[in-house]
Design a protein around this ligand. Sequence first.
Ligand SMILES: [Zn+2]
Ligand SMILES: [Zn+2]
Ligand SMILES: [Zn+2]
Length: 137
Amino acid sequence: MEKEVQVILKEHSLRQTNSRADIVSFFLKHKKAISHSDIESQLGGKYDRVTIYRTLKSFIDKGLIHQVLDDGQSTLYALCSDCTTLEHQHNHIHFKCLKCEETVCLEGVTIPKVQLPEGFEVEDSNFLITGVCRNCT
Ligand SMILES: [Zn+2]
Ligand SMILES: [Zn+2]
Ligand SMILES: [Zn+2]
């Protein structure tokens, strides 16, 4: 098992299991937002749906991955960079390429502050930009 994977699981207070280790490596390898079915098919049916769901859920709970809202039908997930077991903290935008259909986190690009009318409170915001990515231009 890769050293990096062990460190990441430990940092997020997750006990090591094969499914967790495999799924973390999968995220590290792909560096883009991935769906449940990507994981299921790419890991060659090694884990059943429920195991994958549970693993993803524990990763979200522990601040290891976050959901990425896409315009597609499936939920995507991407690795967090600075989140902790206590809370998620990010405010970056997501970019979906219309050519290769990959969605990535643009960590350096922050969601602009939106001025809401009086009486409205922000809980969470999602910002998705579609276009053509660096690899496809
Ligand atoms: Zn996060
Ligand atoms: Zn692309
Ligand atoms: Zn993201």
